[in-house]
Design a protein around this ligand. Sequence first.
Ligand SMILES: Cc1cc2nc3c(=O)[nH]c(=O)nc-3n(C[C@H](O)[C@H](O)[C@H](O)COP(=O)(O)OP(=O)(O)OC[C@H]3O[C@@H](n4cnc5c(N)ncnc54)[C@H](O)[C@@H]3O)c2cc1C
Length: 518
Amino acid sequence: MTAAAFAFRGRPVVVGAGVAGLMTALELAPRPVVVLSKGPLGVEGSTLWAQGGMAAAVGRDDSPTLHGADTIAAGDGLCDAAIVDRFTRAAPKAIEKLARLGVRFDRKSDGGFALGLEAAHSRARVARVGGDGAGRELMRALVAAVQATPSIAVLEGFEARRLLVEDNAVRGLIAVGPSGPALFATDRVVMATGGIGGLYAESTNPLRSFGQGLALAARAGAALADMEFVQFHPTALDVPIRPLPLVSEAVRGEGALLIDERGERFMADVPGAELAPRDVVARAIWRLRAKGGRAFLDARAAIGAKFEARFPVIAAACRAAGVDPTNEPIPVRPAQHYHMGGIGVDAEGRSSVAGLWACGEAAATGLHGANRLASNSLAEAAVDAAIVARSVDGAKAHARAPAPHASAPPVGDPAAVRPILSRAAGVVRNGETLSATIGGLADMAASNGPAADSAAVALIIAVAALRRDHSLGAHYRSDFPSAPTARERFRLTLVDAFAAAAAFVPPVLARRTSIGRA
Ligand SMILES: Cc1cc2nc3c(=O)[nH]c(=O)nc-3n(C[C@H](O)[C@H](O)[C@H](O)COP(=O)(O)OP(=O)(O)OC[C@H]3O[C@@H](n4cnc5c(N)ncnc54)[C@H](O)[C@@H]3O)c2cc1C
């Protein structure tokens, strides 16, 4: 055990330093907490890259009820209504709290929040921060607040590699830091490790966001939930750069139109048109491309010369790719963007393993259902951080003996998984490809290779997608295009997924567990 880990014995450990991890630590203050940050503080994770802002019913014409109805409609009826209700009521206060913490939200001349309109929102309700640079400003303020809070110890360059669990309860955590492996003896861990985009060949997420927290939780025996629901953003910049730069929905919110290579609108007759839910627009573009076409976002008439001032981050990405959005249509394509699934948690953020909580994109709370409503994720993390912190603080800390020592697994590398998962669990899936995939993923997950943990997460996604033999929200099966008659959420453990792969047939997955709340 390194000296650093020893000094923090018994303290709760938050894994991840995006909005979810940093807000959880701030909410725990003045109670002491350790935050593990894989990279230097403030430079890693999706939060930094967020563009549009945070959804909350703060406009005069808005209400939590309307926000909730839009969330449930986008989620295709699979959302947990009680969680949606709690979230939409709490989101305005969470935004005010962030403003008090120093986040400089864009304001109108009367002092109210400047609000953007995004897809599937019936009102302009996305509180903008720094134009299209919401994440940068959010992280600047949160890092400053954390650095000014003496009860928070941030360990930079520490990557969590394994949870130590005994009798289905957390006993410790192994991380690797700048001086080698470190064992944290703790019975309270919060996973705030973000999304899974790095498991896909085309994603808008940072490459190092590849679901490590989900793998750690799954290897510790925790159930993962809603894993088949992967959101593909319809308008990533179609350039040979990885990760793909995002062209925020706010651009369509300001009137930009989707056109094909002949200059014709292809969303005009679809309900919601360009601002239909993300899964609908992503599939339309996927179909166009499958037929050999190409999609473009035409901002010339609606935004024109104002593009640079209104969307400086997107304008810079376009410029770097040789595209001038004021004078030419922007080439766009779908790319993995967000994961509705994650570590299955109850209303307090508790997983099925005692002492393990999850917050932010790593958690599956039931808020997003089958498809996340745009800009609900930053706000969800801010709201849930307070709930998780209360639960962690209220949990009894046990004075257990130090957890048994185990060696740290090697550094993970998802490269081998990317092409497999992208082919099997992309915008459109089918049973044949999914079935043909799970055996290989199971072998890889059972190996000691660098892709083992990534393969474990990919396996659970593929098995969940195979199990769901209908189409719902972001999960579209070409062999089962109809919606189900009943909406149900599913949990799977890694053991379930291995069993399914061994049997290699969908009926093995008949063991359904609806998500219960403690
Ligand atoms: C380009 C882009 C634009 C977006 N725009 C918006 C938007 O406008 N509005 C909105 O609501 N949402 C947006 N999203 C989604 C949103 O940014 C994310 O869902 C949210 O930031 C996730 O926050 P998080 O704290 O859960 O994870 P992250 O911000 O990804 O942070 C995860 C943290 O965990 C660390 N970590 C991971 N694994 C380990 C490990 N093993 N050990 C130690 N540390 C680890 C990472 O280094 C990082 O610090 C966008 C996403 C992208 C990619």
